[in-house]
Ligand binder design. Sequence first.
Ligand code: HEM
Length: 500
Amino acid sequence: MSVRAMIDQQNVMVILVGVFTFMLALFYWKHVWERRRMPPGPLPLPILGNFLRVHFEGLVPSLKNLAEKFGPIYTVYFGVRPTVILTGYQTIKEALVEMGDVFMNRGTIPVFEHLYHNGGLALSNDETWTQLRQFSLMTLKDFGMGKKSLEEPLQEEAQHLVNHFKNLNGQPFDPSTTLICATSNATTNILMGTRYDYNDKKWMRILQDSRDAFVIISSTWGQLYDVFPGIMRYLPGPHKKIFSLFKTLEEVVAESVRSHQKTLDPACPRDYIDCFLLRMKQEEKNVKTPFNIPSLIATVFDMFLGGAESSSITVNFGFLILVKYPEIQDKIHEEIDQVIGREREPKADDRNHMPYTNALLHEIQRYSDIFPIGLIRSTTRDVTFRGYHLPKGTDVLPLLTTVLRDPTQFEKPEEFDINHFLDENGKFKKNNGFMPFSAGKRICVAESLVRLQLFIFFTVILQKFTLKSTVDPKDLDISPAESGLEKLPPAHKIKFIARN
Ligand code: HEM
């Protein structure tokens, strides 16, 4: 090649690099300009945004640290997508409760959007969401399902747990896997009328696959998928497994819907699926109805995913806390003996007469803090919030952990202290900072079901057993371990000693 040709080639390269740099700068400037009235935040890199920073420090710790620097409302870029982070009781209450209509939509969650094909309750918005939500709330409340009360499947499942623990004869046992099966049974019983044996290998495989899928979703690969879905969809890597791991569960739900269709008796709806199918019949002539088979499958699927694991983690945390504090367990035993006795099955109404147990269950949920970052929302319209402009469709993440650990609401936020929910006369004390289910119009649809489930499970188990640690309780570490999007209890073994 001649010298002149080489110089020409170099010039072309310089021009290309110059144009590219100029375009990048222009894009970046436009980006910053458009967002200038949004809350402040760390400087984003082109394309990557703040992904690297947030990823390397860990999602929850880095978001908490940024709040210390930028205040209770700030913006973080996940790739090119700005997300407004809300922290602390006051800010989150103002947004989710006082301006509930504005912060009501579900934000962007690419993994789940791919999984549910945008259907189902948890991801939908507008009229579809309103209708699915009202229907689900009514059905999950008592007697949406004909004569059957919600207490029954919960009591039945708790009784299975009692039998299982009895058979252990006081041998030390890690209850985590059994609890996932037990709490998912309570959910599948209400949704699909089925329960599985704790030794059912096929079902345990499906539960384990869902667990593995969540681990990948929480990992770097899952986070990369959420930030760059368009690219990651075509790249190889563990994130590809997320969808295949959920496949069998999706098939179980679809098969259950088919078998419900064949056996439906309109006079006697057996569970959530039956109620949904009846509603579909009522709406047959409505072309815009959200009550159709894909939406039923997606909604049952997302309730299952939302529910099974979260309830089991909470119960497992509760057991650990009870063995750590035997004196609290003694008081719960005393209250159970006084109000329910040793034989009668605990009922929902008993809660009103058991302030100590009620306070314990609240403090277990507050302390365990299992969904530290909540679920992403987005704004339904342009809004000015605390002096900042948030355009319609802005993703908003309420950091629930900063409410559950807010020193303005809880005297000892980092410690487990039942007095957070008890007054000086031993009566139950409500605390507005109790937001493990989030708050406002989009609060967890199963809140009352879960609270009933926790009450029934704990009272049934403690009516029959004393829970003991295998080590000196003083040496037990109960601090929640952060695991991506969730917090988990440290692994532990417990002895279930029958009460006599
Ligand atoms: C300890 C147990 C549970 C906790 C702590 C919990 C917590 C939450 C939270 C924080 C949200 C996000 C709400 C928001 O958008 O701000 C949520 C939503 C949701 N949860 Fe739960 N949940 C639990 C159990 C369950 C169960 C058992 C089910 C189903 C039977 C369930 C179904 C759902 C659904 C469908 C949504 C989406 C609601 C909507 O978008 O309208 N959850 N939950």
